[in-house]
Design a protein around this ligand. Structure first.
Ligand SMILES: [Zn+2]
Length: 237
């Protein structure tokens, strides 16, 4: 066979494979979107979908669940071809400013002076990889206009304030930076790698974040999720 033909077939095959892979990733995310919509419309119909703030889901999980609600989107979910969600989205099922957000683990909290809806907490030592610093990022804690729901204990410009696990950080909101296009009301929670110079890496790139599954003791990786609702059966701390 002509070599160019063969090359053409290989290229078409690779493109089709990549397309199918991206499509399947996005299909899984679409399945979770349908559930999120159902939950937001009528949370009281699905009390069995709720996880609770402050719960340690399995005894050896280092982190506490940081808020109440439905775990709507997972680490690695894909809303757009080639882009992957860097954390968890937990939807409270309430109005803005009502569902508490608490610290999953002790650490040193920073809120940059420009941050309306987010805080980040430095853990000097990753509980699953001792000696490595990591950061926990909590965001969407403001209304569409940027009115903050972060606790008054952490005003803009807070630097390295020590907090215990379970400390109230604020309340879920739907701030996106675009007042005409708010998100559903939720907490976005992610684990961010250190930049090696005392700072955190860019959270928007999934390669700079960690799979939260072992930290919370739940199957939170979109690639390996079976699509079932993720519940947390642990109790208290
Ligand atoms: Zn998110």
């Amino acid at each position: 066979m002509d070599k160019r033909w063969l090359l053409g077939i290989v290229v078409v095959g690779i493109l089709a494979g990549v397309g199918i892979y991206l499509y399947m990733n996005m299909q899984r995310t679409f399945g979770r979107s349908a559930r999120v919509v159902e939950w937001i419309r009528n949370p009281s119909a699905h009390p069995d979908w709720v996880v609770r703030a402050g719960t340690r889901c399995v005894p050896d999980a280092p982190f506490l669940m940081p808020t109440d609600g439905l775990i709507g989107y997972l680490w690695g979910d894909s809303f757009q071809a080639g882009k992957h969600h860097q954390g968890l989205d937990i939807f409270g099922g309430t109005d803005v400013g009502q569902t508490p957000v608490v610290a999953a683990y002790p650490g040193y909290l920073t809120r940059l002076s420009t941050w309306k809806s987010a805080v980040i907490v430095r853990l000097p030592s990753d509980p699953l990889q001792p000696g490595r610093p990591i950061w926990l990022y909590y965001t969407h804690m403001a209304d569409p206009n940027g009115n903050s729901f972060i606790s008054s204990a952490f005003p803009p410009g807070t630097v390295e304030k020590y907090i215990e696990a379970g400390t109230l950080l604020g309340y879920q909101g739907n701030y996106t930076g675009d007042a005409t296009n708010p998100s559903g009301i939720h907490l976005h929670f992610s684990i961010v790698l250190d930049d090696g110079q005392g700072g955190f890496r860019n959270e928007l790139d999934i390669n700079n974040t960690l799979d939260p599954s072992p930290y919370l003791g739940l199957p939170l990786n979109a690639k390996t999720s079976d699509g079932a609702v993720i519940v947390c059966t642990g109790s208290g701390q």
